[in-house]
Design a protein around this ligand. Structure first.
Ligand code: C2E
Ligand code: MG
Ligand code: MG
Length: 711
């Protein structure tokens, strides 16, 4: 199986060490081949013999299907033709062996469209290795020819063994040096790494050759053919395990390395870089508008586009570099050995340039752009996880700045070792479902009906206990984990909403998302799927975004907002008053609710300024047709003052603290809910009036008698 990252067919640069090595071996090998072809005698004798044609066929078939085993694509993949060509050397002599094997190599090379320099080199190193074996045999007086064909005797076996060793050593060296120079890996370690495996397999293949000659001496083609059976079994077995290994380590769609293989290759690269004092580069790449293509043109086109992208990325890196697909439209590139940051930047620029070229699919011309983040070993991180995190921070920065490529800079990263440790814990915790949601009711001030439940995430840390979002969300903001947290929260919130709706408590659940989530165009998709899966109408969900994200307002965020609006899911502007956002911005996003920050609400009875802020916001959002909600209402007095001001709804400890799912369900059952209501108070988008909750005892209207304050 051909490694997709294998670009061995690109000709080496003239004058480079690899070029010199290949040229010397090729010239010498072809010269030796010429000499021995001139000495080829007795061919007419053989041509009429079925044994000759059988061996020619077996050698060609062996060349066509090399034995490749998992993880062992070292200097050379052993070929079954080795057994038969070595047998021909022992039985009919070197010229016939060279003729058959050279023809097989050239034939297979041409059929597989290998580059001419590669075919020539493959022929040449085989010729030189065979010639080395022949020298040993000739020195021992073993000189077979078509006229004097014979199988070696028992006493000659030691010379045959020596000849086999000569073949293996020379061949292994010639190919090993070429592979090491090609992948820019140290020659010594490349040779040593594969020696035991290739030594063993070559020994097995070469040791079978004298047996083949004994059978050839019986002149029975059928008996020789029997040798193909065990060898074919070895081949098939190896091919199957390679296929399994390939599937486990490669992305099915694009054939690129997957995350698992990337982690392994990065580990190896960092080790090698540490030894050689070089750097390793890690690039994380995300397509900027892939989602739009996928949505408008459908997944099959999206898949084809990803394959083209993968192909372009693969052809834009040097041999030895690893291109991997991390999932979706996210790719990573590992540069195992670079000297300067500028080399990584060059590769990044090359990758972007390769993608900038319009892609033609189904007669359409699609333009794709990518944002790339760069992190370097050892400058930025010492291991895979942190390299990945830092490349991700840089990529996010590239998106935010619209610059296309950014290198990780510590200034933009607030990750201390303690934060990184916590991020590591969270990564594990996400897999163990350590996140849970608590819910806090939101009530209409006019009639104390429950109009929503805000989902607030908690993390049940195995050592630290229950952690509130303030302790871990800010730390995630520049991390790729944020997306996973949000997706789990969306999942859990929708599942809980569905349980309530099924139980006759059709309450709107709101959840908090960050600016980064809004830049993720997959969010709307996930939410849409989740709603359908749980048979929930869109107004069963409301997304709360912090007012400060409006300040940046990148185009992508507006797109997500519009996609959510298309779905029918509203946006709520959280912590309003802290971000100084302008009215213009408020109108630009499809906002249906504004939550006045608790810092103003909490002080409104003591400070005239704060009271003025709250009053102005209430008036302002009413004028815009948006629902006002006061956050952090802790007393009856505040609730009452807000109601008089005309504030529509409120949330706070006075009504209820955030409750776990079981307590929240009991609370809802006890207090009832007003059903899912569009934030601005109009009819639900689907026109249906939600079912009335099972228990709808209205909450006491007298502020002196709070409904139930759970502290
Ligand atoms: P937020 O969205 O403004 O949520 C309100 C916060 O105020 C909650 O804190 C709530 O427990 C607290 N609170 C409610 N009533 C009162 C009150 O009467 N007095 C006081 N002093 N506080 C009150 P919590 O749960 O610690 O959440 C803090 C922030 O973390 C949230 O602020 C929200 O921005 C963020 N957050 C919570 N869950 C998620 C989530 O799933 N994803 C994201 N991205 N952020 C979340
Ligand atoms: Mg909130
Ligand atoms: Mg808030």
């Amino acid at each position: 199986m051909k490694d997709p990252n294998d670009t061995r067919d690109t000709a080496p640069r003239a004058g480079s060490p690899l070029w010199i090595h290949l040229s010397v071996v090729t010239v010498l090998g072809l010269a030796v081949l010429g000499v021995f072809m001139a000495r080829l005698t007795g061919l007419p004798l053989l041509i009429g013999h079925p044994l000759f044609w059988l061996l020619a066929t077996l050698i060609a078939a062996g060349e066509l299907w090399p034995i490749v085993t998992p993880g062992k694509s070292g200097p050379q993949s052993p070929v079954i033709s080795l057994t038969f060509s070595f047998a021909v050397l022992l039985y009919w002599g070197l010229p016939v062996a060279l003729l058959l094997r050279s023809l097989a190599i050239v034939g297979v090379g041409v059929a597989q469209r290998q580059a001419p320099h590669r075919i020539a080199f493959n022929t040449a190193h085989m010729v030189l290795s065979m010639a080395a074996a022949w020298l040993v045999l000739a020195a021992a007086g073993i000189r077979p020819s078509p006229a004097l064909h014979r199988a070696p005797t028992g006493g000659e076996l030691r010379f045959v063994l020596l000849a086999a060793v000569a073949y293996f050593v020379l061949n292994y060296l010639l190919v090993g040096v070429a592979v090491a120079l090609h992948s820019r890996a140290p020659v010594g370690s490349t040779l040593l790494a594969n020696l035991p495996y290739e030594g063993f397999v070559s020994l097995v293949l070469l040791a079978s050759a004298p047996l083949v000659t004994v059978v050839m001496a019986t002149a029975s083609a059928l008996l020789v053919l029997l040798f193909a059976v065990p060898l074919a079994a070895i081949y098939l077995n190896a091919a199957m395990s390679v296929q399994r290994e390939h599937q486990a380590h490669h992305d099915e769609l694009t054939g690129l390395s997957n995350r698992k293989l990337l982690i392994r290759r990065t580990g190896e690269a960092l080790e090698a870089a540490a030894g050689s004092g070089l750097r390793a580069g890690f690039l994380l790449l995300d397509l900027d508008r892939f989602k739009e293509v996928n949505d408008t043109l459908g997944h099959p086109v999206g898949d084809r586009l990803l394959r083209v992208v993968a192909d372009r990325l693969r052809h834009s890196v040097r041999p030895g570099d690893v291109v991997a697909r991390m999932g979706g439209d996210e790719f990573a590139v590992l540069l195992p050995s670079i000297r300067e940051v500028s080399s990584a930047r060059e590769v990044a620029a090359r990758l972007r340039a390769a993608l900038a070229e319009p892609i033609r699919l189904d007669g359409m011309s699609l333009e794709i752009e990518a944002s790339i983040g760069i992190a370097l070993y050892p400058d930025d991180a010492a291991g895979f996880e942190i390299l990945m995190q830092r490349a991700d921070i840089a990529m996010y920065l590239a998106k935010e700045r619209g610059s296309g490529v950014e290198r990780y800079v510590a200034d933009c990263d607030r990750n201390s070792p303690a934060r990184l440790a916590l991020l590591g814990d969270l990564r594990v915790g996400l897999g163990r479902c350590e996140l849970e949601l608590h819910f806090q009711p939101k009530l209409a001030l006019a009639d104390r009906q429950v109009i929503g439940m805000e989902a607030l995430v908690r993390w049940q840390h195995p050592l630290r206990g229950l952690m509130t979002p303030d302790e871990f969300i800010p730390l995630l903001e520049h991390s790729y984990l944020m997306r996973e947290v949000t997706f789990q929260v969306v999942d859990m919130a929708l599942a809980q909403a569905a349980r309530w709706w099924r139980a006759g408590m059709p309450v709107q659940v709101s959840l908090n998302v960050t600016a980064r989530d809004l830049m993720d165009v997959k969010l709307a998709d996930t939410i849409g799927c989740g709603l359908r899966q749980h048979h929930l109408p869109p107004d069963a969900l409301l997304l709360e975004i912090n007012e400060r994200v409006l300040a940046a307002e990148p185009a992508r965020m507006v797109t997500t907002g519009e996609m959510l609006a298309d779905l029918g899911v509203g946006l709520s502007l959280d912590d309003f008053g802290t971000g100084y956002s302008s009215l213009v911005r408020l109108k630009r996003l499809p906002v249906s609710e504004v939550k006045i920050d608790s810092s103003f609400v909490g002080r409104m009875l003591d400070s005239a300024d704060d009271e003025l802020v709250v009053r102005s916001v209430v008036d302002l959002v009413r004028a815009l047709g948006i629902r006002s909600v006061a956050e952090g209402v802790e007393s009856a007095e505040v609730a009452s003052a807000l109601r008089k001001m005309g504030c529509v709804a409120a949330q706070g400890w006075y009504f209820s603290r955030p409750l776990n799912a079981t307590s929240a369900t009991a609370w809802l059952a006890e207090h009832g809910c007003a059903g899912s209501q569009p934030a601005n108070g109009s009819q639900p988008a689907n026109g249906s009036q939600p079912a009335v909750g099972a228990a709808r005892a209205p909450l006491p209207r007298d502020p002196a008698h709070p409904p139930r304050v759970m502290r």
